[in-house]
Design a protein around this ligand. Structure first.
Ligand SMILES: CC(C)(COP(=O)(O)OP(=O)(O)OC[C@H]1O[C@@H](n2cnc3c(N)ncnc32)[C@H](O)[C@@H]1OP(=O)(O)O)[C@@H](O)C(=O)NCCC(=O)NCCS
Length: 205
């Protein structure tokens, strides 16, 4: 079913908790941590829509300001989250759930992790939390759009039960590989993994 925006966007910030992570809205004092993610070529080069490497703290602050203001206007389940580790509070990445232009009917899930925190299952844990949250709204599928050659992202989507749809040029003017996740795929992936079945959900002001 296609998602359509609520007439009255909610300003509630969904905070999702998993076994090891808290997914929460970005804050201005995240700028140094965010720069350690979006200031890395190893991260920025794979993003779609294409995003320039963030060059410095001032540019990161401007971008965060924009994301925070945008989040206030976005109806759920759309959002941008900082991925924070519970054990020490370190922000290890960011994640998105955003309508895919031009139609804005499909939802894109995406992750950006600090390269020194790849290989620990944080993107997979995030996928489960965001997908469960998305499916608790009026949508029954979400998509990942992966640039050809992004083998880590392709492994992540397959690890989480996402199904190959095909290659397309219809998003962002880029050639992208499209993968789809439906609730049944997610259930199957949960059964085959050590990941928690359901994230805890909290609403904060
Ligand atoms: C794509 C990206 C998010 C993937 O990160 P990742 O850490 O490899 O992803 P996952 O969460 O799926 O982690 C899987 C790895 O963690 C390991 N792992 C460790 N503990 C784990 C756990 N508890 N659960 C699951 N996997 C675990 C897995 O064995 C696997 O290791 P491997 O890579 O050696 O095979 C990351 O590479 C990234 O940020 N890239 C740049 C931005 C980008 O490409 N974004 C995607 C655009 S579509």
């Amino acid at each position: 079913m296609a998602w359509s925006p609520d007439p009255e966007p909610s300003t509630a910030r969904p905070t999702l908790e998993t076994e090891r992570l808290v997914l929460r809205g970005w804050q201005m004092d995240d700028a140094p941590a965010a720069l350690s993610i979006y200031g890395q070529a190893a991260v920025a080069r794979w993003l779609s829509p294409a995003m320039d490497l963030v060059p410095d703290l001032a540019a990161m602050r401007l971008l965060l300001q924009h994301w925070i203001a945008e989040a206030d206007r976005m109806p759920p389940p759309a959002g941008r989250w900082a991925i924070q580790r519970r054990e020490d509070g370190l922000v290890v990445g960011g994640a998105i759930l955003l309508p895919l232009p031009p139609g804005n009917e499909d939802f894109e899930i995406g992750w950006q992790l600090r390269p020194d925190h790849w290989g620990q299952g944080y993107a997979s844990e995030t996928t489960h939390a965001l997908a469960r949250w998305a499916f608790s709204h009026d949508i029954d599928e979400i998509f990942a759009v992966v640039r050809p050659g992004n083998t880590r992202a392709a492994a992540t989507v397959r690890r989480n039960g996402m199904q190959w749809v095909g290659e397309t040029g219809k998003y962002f003017g880029l050639t992208l590989q499209v993968f789809r996740l439906r609730p049944a795929d997610l259930d199957q992936a949960v059964r085959g993994s050590l990941l928690p079945e359901r994230p805890r959900e909290a609403e904060i002001d």
